[in-house]
Design a protein around this ligand. Structure first.
Ligand code: ADP
Ligand code: MG
Length: 685
């Protein structure tokens, strides 16, 4: 008997060629094959009277051949087999292209099942290249719900289907059952064998629904369990004990008093830092909630205890700004803050390295340059990552790996819907900044089309005349007409346009293709208030802090995700002046309009995130750069949120009762989790 670990070539009919093709789809072992679930299904289980078939809709008909098939060649290399069929309700013409053998497969007077798209023109009905089976022998490709698999060159639906079928048979009873029986019974979930049989070859739609329900649960349950399991591991990791914690001294020196939320978050982290265990905490807070201050407070405590802090930011602009902010906050205490970025000269980098060696730096702020192999951090006690979603899991792990036991704080402004946060951050402790610093106002947001251009320009002028500053964000650098025909406002050409319509203003442009030095110079001039308008691509998206900016204009706003637009909007409304955000879009489609309307309606990042997730699904929500969101096999993180909650609850209860999964009824679960963590089958933060 075959086992799940066996290579698929143990199946009859799978040789070297097909093995290779399967491997392209990630299918190597029999277990992979059984886990290769159909992409979709075709309902070929019921037949429809010919007269009731609808144009363009795929159906099964059961019909008798009215005549002998005729073979004709319409031109070289093009052969037709044609015949007419009928049932009690009506008739249809069937045509096969380039399948001359069909002539001998069809006998006049015999009944067949045909599955295909019916074309209806007036009273005339026809099908082209339908799947067919002789009536009474159906069951292979008609007369059932057909699984449709993802294919690649060298594989057909039939090959995959038959391989799965024989795989399921030869491994019957071997599929591991990670979901404990008690849970399955209580939640009336199918057992694993039944579920796998039904997800591939559903007897009917209720069975398919049940199979999917069970597999979605399993997937989410395993993920929740893996987080718990990992967390248990992390809880055992030691960290330096920071006993000096007089953070009030730090607060007292600030130009403002910290918000209640900031105090609470810092307090939660301080408890971790004093515990002797390594901290693993996520600090989540909407844009402008003041995460940097929390980071500063912790770096301060870290320095008081004789350790250094490494602080990683996703862009040079941000690293630069953080460095300045932190210097201002910490230098008065004699804490040395330095910067390390990729654009620095080898000499400058070398200086930083030797300063680190001599333990002369207390806080090093940088980009991923911090991760370079030749960087070492003696006395590293705390690792902070800002805007963590911009980094890959590996990058963060690399920074954390610079020290065995450093405490870890990750900060994120992406307001992740609660349900998803449970999954992504299930193994981290979470602090939330749910309060904005006082005086922050709601940013009035408008969605307009380009007919408002002139009024918008007057509005820009008015802001500048009042001494305020304006951000303009464009999606692309150079002008280009996309396949959609919508022209994208480019930062450069927009800048030119604006300069000619508002000649009295100082207008600068910054984009990703400029040299670092140039970018810095432009940013600095804007921060100092020397320029009125800063036109940019999304380089300013994260973190940049210019309290005097009161207007944010986003061109081609439909191009951006809601979460991203919300981040951009967060660049204004940071000072005491009334602030505005104008989303410019000529997009006609309803979904785009609906998305922009969400932003005009609310300033609440969490509500926006939920809406975005609902409107676009989790993939888009996080964008291509989002790492750390596990790839789901069956579950849909946007739609299966109820199951997600149940799965999380069940996992919590189970781990409370049996934290190390030592009970016999949890043995299969433990094996599965260890396997997942070992093979990296799931990404964890
Ligand atoms: P984010 O959470 O988006 O990173 P920042 O840390 O950049 O937010 O803070 C945004 C702005 O709020 C900064 O200008 C900062 O100086 C200011 N700020 C932070 N905390 C407070 C506070 N407690 N009172 C007043 N202003 C604050
Ligand atoms: Mg920030």
């Amino acid at each position: 008997m075959a086992t799940l670990k066996d290579n698929i070539n143990t199946i009859k009919g799978i040789g070297a060629k097909r093995s290779q093709a399967f491997a392209k789809l990630g299918v190597v072992t029999l277990y992979d094959l059984l886990c290769f679930f159909p992409r979709r299904y075709e309902d070929r289980s019921v037949t429809v009277p010919i007269a009731e078939t609808v144009n363009g809709v795929p159906v099964c008909i059961s019909a008798v051949a009215a005549d002998d098939p005729r073979l004709s060649r319409i031109r070289r290399g093009m052969e037709l087999v044609k015949f007419r069929v009928f049932d009690a309700s009506g008739a249809a013409d069937i045509t096969y292209f380039n399948q001359s053998w069909m002539k001998n497969n069809i006998q006049r007077g015999e009944e067949y099942i045909f599955y295909g798209k019916m074309e209806v023109k007036g009273r005339h009905r026809s099908m082209t290249n339908p799947v067919f089976e002789k009536a009474g022998t159906q069951g292979d490709s008609t007369g059932r719900i057909m699984p449709i698999y993802r294919l690649c060159r060298g594989l057909t639906q039939k090959t995959v289907l038959q391989s799965v079928q024989s795989g399921l048979q030869s491994c019957a009873g071997q599929l591991p059952e990670p979901v404990p029986e008690e849970i399955r019974e209580r939640l009336t979930l199918q057992d694993v064998q039944t579920a796998y049989e039904n997800i591939h070859f559903p007897k009917g739609f209720p069975e398919l629904y049940q199979a999917r329900k069970r597999l979605v649960f399993e997937e989410l349950f395993l993920l929740a369990c893996a987080m718990q399991y990992r967390k248990a591991d992390r809880l055992e990791k030691h960290g330096p004990r920071f006993e000096k914690q007089e953070v009030e001294r730090f607060y007292a020196a600030l130009p403002f008093s910290p918000t209640g939320a900031q105090r609470r978050a810092v307090g939660e982290a301080l408890a971790d830092l004093a515990s002797g265990k390594a901290m693993n905490r996520l600090l989540q807070g909407d844009v402008g909630s003041g995460k940097t201050l929390c980071a500063a407070a912790l770096a301060w405590v870290c320095a008081q205890n004789g350790f250094m802090t490494a602080f990683m930011a996703p862009t040079e602009i941000l690293a630069d700004q953080h460095c300045k902010t932190l210097q201002k906050l910490l230098a008065p205490f004699g804490i040395r803050v330095e910067k390390l970025t990729g654009s620095m000269t080898a000499r400058e980098k070398h200086q930083i390295r030797s300063a680190l060696e001599n333990r002369e730096i207390d806080l090093l702020v940088g980009t991923h340059a911090l991760l370079s192999e030749n960087m070492a951090y003696p006395g590293l006690g705390l690792v902070i990552t800002d805007e963590q979603h911009r980094f890959g899991v590996q990058q963060r792990a690399a920074l954390e790996g610079k020290s065995e036991n450093a405490h870890v704080l990750v900060m994120s402004a992406t307001p992740i819907p609660r349900t998803l946060a449970l999954i992504i951050y299930g193994d981290l402790d979470v602090s939330v900044l749910n309060e904005l610093p006082p005086g922050r106002q709601v940013v009035d947001t408008f969605s307009v089309d380009s007919r408002y251009r002139e009024r918008l320009n007057r509005f820009i002028l008015k802001q500048a005349e009042n001494g305020r500053q304006v951000f303009v964000v464009c999606p692309a650098i150079e002008d280009n007409e996309e396949e959609t025909g919508i022209s994208l406002k480019s930062a450069e050409s927009y800048t030119e346009e604006l300069r000619s319509s508002l000649p009295v203003l100082q207008i600068a442009c910054v984009h990703g293709r400029m040299k670092q030095k140039e970018k810095d110079a432009v940013m600095e001039a804007f921060t100092r208030g020397e320029t009125d308008v800063l036109v940019s691509t999304t380089v300013i998206e994260v973190g940049v802090d210019v309290p005097n900016a009161t207007l944010m204009i986003v061109e081609n706003a439909e191009r951006f995700g809601l979460a991203q637009l919300h981040q951009l909007r967060g660049r204004v409304g940071r000072g005491s002046e009334k602030s505005y955000c104008v989303l410019v879009s000529d997009a006609e489609n309803e979904e785009a309009k609906a998305r922009l309307a969400v932003l005009c309606k609310t300033n609440d990042g969490f509500q926006i995130a939920e809406e975005d997730l609902r409107l676009r699904g989790p993939g888009d929500f996080f964008g291509a750069r989002q790492h750390g969101l596990p790839e789901m096999h069956v579950a849909d993180l946007g739609a299966d949120t109820l199951t997600l909650k149940t799965a999380k609850q069940e996992a919590d209860t189970l781990f409370e009762a049996d934290p190390h999964l030592t009970q016999p009824s949890h043995a299969a679960l433990r094996l599965k989790l260890e396997d997942m963590l070992r093979t990296g089958a799931i990404t964890l933060n």
